[in-house]
Design a protein around this ligand. Sequence first.
Ligand code: G16
Ligand code: MG
Length: 216
Amino acid sequence: MKKGFIFDLDGVITDTAKFHYIAWKDLAMDLGITIDETFNETLKGISRMDSLDKILAYGQRDDEFSIEEKEVLAQKKNDAYVQLLADLSEKDLLPGVHDFLVQAKAEAIPCAIASASKNAPMILEKLGVLDFFGHIVDPETLKKGKPDPEIFVKAAESIHVEPQDAIGFEDAQAGIDGIKAAGMYAVGISETEILTGSDLQVASMTELSVEQLITI
Ligand code: G16
Ligand code: MG
């Protein structure tokens, strides 16, 4: 029997990758670096500063900026990103998510968020689903990002569920690797990518039933 659910945000609950992409692409362009959608795939699930480092390395400008200058660049990207989220609402939930959260609540299964995004609380509020989550792990408290299991272990602790009794939901390979390293059951959600090591993969949450999953 499974007793708790742990969700990634971007790519599982909503698709904010397209907004991250616009904001990073504009910032990169200001720095004379051109990124495309294929490169953007490598930024999914990666923290803000690690994403900036990857972009600077890609443009061979990684040795040119001090930590303070990089903080300014990361802040500039985030300001643009947050502006792009202004109209985010319930209509931006990915298919099947709302129904799944309602089912989990009906079965009294606690839910937590394990996202690298510092904007997660604001995004969940705009999506109208904040109240479904018992806890949102603060990424500032982490020593290591995904694929390290730390964020998933913390999420399980926060809802008082043992890792082996938890199910993690992820759209990125680094996330699936983190869930498995934490000793949890991993559900991969992607229609385009094969998520290696996931215990179950679906194209969208519409294919999932809480009643069936908790008996695993
Ligand atoms: C998300 C995105 C990443 C982003 C990260 C940090 O991760 O996939 O592209 O860089 O959050 O976001 P922020 O700049 O808002 O703190 P996840 O873990 O929800 O897939
Ligand atoms: Mg994700």
